[in-house]
Design a protein around this ligand. Sequence first.
Ligand code: ADP
Ligand code: ZN
Length: 518
Amino acid sequence: ETAIPLLDSARERLKAIFGFDDFRGRQAEVVDRVLSGQSTLAVMPTGAGKSLTYQLPATMLDGTCVVISPLIALMHDQLRSARANGIRAATMTSADADWRETQDAYRAGELDLLYVAPERASQPAFRDFLGTAPLALFAVDEAHCVSEWGHDFRPDYRMLRGLMDAFPDVPRLALTATADSQTRRDVMAQLGIPDGGLVLAGFDRPNIRYAIRLRDNPVRQLAALMAEQPGPGIVYAPTRRKVEDLAEKLGAATGRAVLPYHAGLDPQTRAANQAAFVASEDMVIVATVAFGMGIDKPDVRFVAHVGVPKSIEGYYQETGRAGRDGDPARATMFWGAGDFATARQRLAEVDEARRGAEIARLNALAGLVETAECRRAVLLRHFGEDPPAECGNCDNCLEKPGVTDVTELARKLLSAVYRTGQSFGMGHLQKVLTGSEDERVRQRGHDRLSVFGIVGGEDARLLQSVARALQARGDLVATEHGGLALGGSARAILKGESEVEIVVPPKRSKRRRGDSTP
Ligand code: ADP
Ligand code: ZN
């Protein structure tokens, strides 16, 4: 008797049940691991086809696959599509009236899939119930929720370990679309998945052209982007007021249909604006991050950020709404040093326990914003992939920026910050450093400091960029009164133990000065 390799028979089932000719990306690897009983964390972007990696094995293995999923609506979607494919599936949620039938079917071994919420799964009664029939697999959807490092921690997920440990022979499959390396390690530790159990894949969106630029005049910069990249677009702005303001000015400046979207609009307006955007072929919507989840519009041609997103995960998720149809699309961020300063200030109010993770997240984002390297490479490496050094489709690849070592100048600036008492803003510091004949400088005696007038010529013009870079790195922090103080590794820089480089933006000809993208 020759055994058919498991994966071959899985492929036959793939065609028979789902109608697909082959696996996509690294689905095959995950299915193979599940079929051979190995616990796994699968990290794949949205739309990669994660559900199939447990639904298919569930139809092949003896016993039921229990799926833990955080949202009832999501479970019911999955239930419908699984049943449509002839898979025997059920949900046990507060919204279901057919618990008795479901329990009977489970006990009789007639269920391939059983969907439950984490708070249900962690109850002792549910554990006892599961013990009444064979289990094939635990599938944990949105598994990043188990980690405090993740962006969506849910305490109920912590209880899953107890449930799964009660069935030590049942393999575990954790699934998520977003997990940086720290969250990943934590998810694996929390759920008891061995080190070799990570399958991670397919984060690249090659048709998206990434660009990250300094913001000077966002309306003009966005108008230029819209002219260069026709079609529907999403502009993310940080506050409701900025959303309203930008939508109005951008509409006036371009003559295009530009509508606002934020949680403060009344529900009818919000729904109408969203519907208009989804139906339109050239509309731009200016929105807070509330917009975009669950919106199915494959032909979004650009996603722009005015201000910085919360993290690289957020950036990837938001920019990922561009170009789902595979046609060329743009992701352009317009940032300012103040964005990072504000974000860092907000972190002061964050729970002590979470602050470390949030700071790391912000630093990673600053790294992406400041880099002179390929943006895609930085992005994909953040998600644990090993991409080529250059992609040819981001601002830094298309127009190599120069980098300059500004350690000496940074030291002068930090020293001026220190000597003036860490309470003055950049305007004042610049006057001191360049030796300006200023009334306020003299009044405070800052013209007698050793740092007075020590920066001149070319360097004077670089001061703003250096300050911005130091703020993005967290080495300079804004005080509550708008002054600047030392932070992060400022002291290491002052002692000559740490270097500072800045990206020199590529020079542009006069005619193209207004362009925001290469
Ligand atoms: P995820 O959960 O990773 O966001 P889904 O499981 O919802 O993704 O799958 C996204 C879409 O891809 C679904 O429409 C699904 O039917 C389709 N899909 C999944 N696997 C394949 C495959 N091997 N070939 C073709 N389409 C697939
Ligand atoms: Zn690149």
